[in-house]
Design a protein around this ligand. Structure first.
Ligand code: SF4
Ligand code: F3S
Length: 78
């Protein structure tokens, strides 16, 4: 699944939610989160984020790898 990372914090542009065809991006507190079970891996959100906050989870930079858990934890355990 795709993952939203720290550049989204306090920016919350929201264009990713418009781009997402399955509405699996949710607002919560200081950032938005992608539901890993609902994301269809289309990649459409990636290019619309003005701050490049979205990463494919298998290519996520080491400095942001904790955001895989941050996105998952927002929705609770499976
Ligand atoms: Fe939505 Fe596609 Fe982005 Fe997943 S990759 S969050 S399905 S736009
Ligand atoms: Fe955040 Fe970028 Fe979406 S700033 S709300 S991930 S468009």
């Amino acid at each position: 699944a795709y993952v939203i990372t720290d550049p989204c914090i306090d920016v919350k542009d929201g264009d990713c939610t418009v781009a997402c065809p399955v509405d699996c991006i949710y607002e919560g507190g200081r950032m938005f989160y992608i539901h890993p079970g609902e994301c269809i891996n289309c990649g459409l959100c990636l290019s619309v984020c003005p701050v490049d906050a979205i990463s494919w989870d298998e290519e996520i930079p080491q400095s942001r790898v904790q955001f895989k858990a941050v996105n998952q934890d927002f929705f609770g355990p499976d």
